[in-house]
Design a protein around this ligand. Structure first.
Ligand code: AMP
Length: 290
């Protein structure tokens, strides 16, 4: 059975006991209800580190009062079986009391990024994320933390936090794992009705069509955003929240789409909010060295 620790001291002793003198620790923070996307992060960490620690913690402070904290899927036994199969070494599954033993007076806020897009829809969400990940990093002391490209704004926030606070940890971003029809895997996909599940790949279709337009020469970010909105408008079960081209570090909306920018999209399917994105790699002849 995979080893599970629920306390900070227990986890620290377990990590210290497992890590060889010259070894390194890779850390994968999750909220559980694991799927192949999470396991891809674990596999990436497994290739690089002697010890792989996975946390499973549904963090209350990143959910708004109206959001799905209570009904968020929890599946610890199945998660542990998958992590054992993926050869993780240790699972940290703390209680809320362990992570927030007293009212939290300290928050980590990456304000310049946290108010846009997801942050505009989910008030305080990213402050909750940054605060809990800071706590987890300070408990685990990993050499590297593994995050999914799927949550691109979260990556931008945590990259800024790590850089600005000089946190001694490398950030590894792992590409999005998708279902065969293109839908990005997400624990929240479990909420979708069969009809909504059929409709949900429209997000990836919109991203791909927009990326194709960019590859064909379209550079106006407004036109690209309109194209994505039009694709989503054709799907009656989807209601667009936002579609934009951004610079992936600051999450500023751009005017002119360039190499390295990112297309982002989010829509509501019934009660379920889904997000997706596509980084743009544009290698044109004119940009190539002569
Ligand atoms: P969560 O449990 O939703 O908080 O996600 C934990 C980590 O898994 C985050 O870094 C996510 O970005 C990452 N993740 C979630 N879905 C996917 C996916 N489809 N592909 C790759 N990584 C993912």
């Amino acid at each position: 059975m995979i080893r599970v620790e629920t306390t900070r001291d227990g986890l620290r002793s377990a990590i210290d006991a497992l890590t060889p003198a010259s070894g390194s620790v890779g850390f994968v923070p999750t909220m559980g209800a694991l799927h192949a996307g999470h396991l891809h992060l674990v596999a990436s960490a497994r290739r690089q580190h002697s010890v792989v620690v996975v946390s499973i913690f549904v963090n209350p402070t990143q959910f708004g009062a109206e959001e799905d904290f209570d009904r968020y899927p929890r599946a610890l036994p199945a998660d542990l079986a998958q992590l054992e199969e993926a050869r993780a070494d240790l699972v940290f599954a703390p209680s809320v009391q362990t992570i927030y033993p007293s009212p939290n007076l300290t928050e980590v806020s990456v304000r310049a990024i946290a108010g846009r897009f997801e942050g505009a829809l989910r008030h305080n969400h990213f402050t909750g994320v940054a605060t809990v990940v800071a706590k987890l990093l300070l408990i685990v002391h990993p050499h590297a933390v593994y995050l999914g490209q799927k949550d691109a704004q979260q990556v931008a926030i945590l990259r800024a936090m790590i850089d600005d606070l000089f946190l001694p940890v490398a950030l590894c971003v792992v590409p999005t794992v998708r279902a065969a029809d293109g839908l990005a895997l997400s624990s929240r996909n479990a909420y979708l009705t069969p009809a909504e599940r059929q409709a949900a790949p429209v997000l990836y279709r919109a991203l791909c069509q927009a990326a194709a337009a960019v590859m064909a020469g379209e550079r106006s970010a407004a036109s690209v955003a309109r194209l994505m909105a039009a694709v989503v408008a054709n799907e009656p079960l989807a209601r667009l929240n936002y579609a934009a081209a951004v610079d992936p570090r600051q999450f500023h909306e751009v005017d002119i789409v360039e190499d390295g920018h990112m297309l982002i999209i989010a829509a509501q399917f019934g009660a379920t909010h889904l997000i997706d994105n596509l980084p743009l790699i544009l290698t044109t002849d004119s940009a190539a060295p002569v």
